[in-house]
Design a protein around this ligand. Structure first.
Ligand SMILES: [Zn+2]
Length: 115
């Protein structure tokens, strides 16, 4: 004989749950950095210095870059057999093979680089 247990228990009370979606109000503030395009050249240019806010003619400084060394290495490799390795010094002389850094003559602050 088996005893059938009567399921007299009531089902758990159903409570209506309304999930209220909270509107997202604290959205991250996107900070936009406004980059003023500087029209730099290989020669000194007139710009407004961001540091001292003066209209200045930049002072330029030509510095060697990886490109300079790569061109020199390439020229050296080309001219190795014909004893013209000294031509590989040319990239270090020509400003177009270098990057030009612009500085403010007033406050000596860095303005930008043209490469
Ligand atoms: Zn300045």
């Amino acid at each position: 004989m088996t005893t059938v247990a009567q399921n007299s228990e009531l089902p758990p009370p159903y409570t209506e749950r309304v999930d209220t979606v909270q509107p997202v109000t604290n959205q991250p503030i996107v900070l936009q950095t406004v980059i003023i395009p500087l029209t730099l050249k290989r020669t000194p240019v007139y710009v407004n210095c961001p540091n001292c806010n003066e209209r200045i003619l930049t002072t330029v400084q030509h510095t060697n870059t990886q490109k300079t060394h790569m061109i020199a290495g390439f020229v050296c490799g080309l001219t190795l057999c014909c004893m013209l390795c000294c031509l590989s010094a040319i990239p270090y002389i020509i400003p177009t093979c270098k990057k030009t850094e612009h500085y403010c003559p007033n406050c000596k602050s860095y303005i930008g680089t043209y490469s």
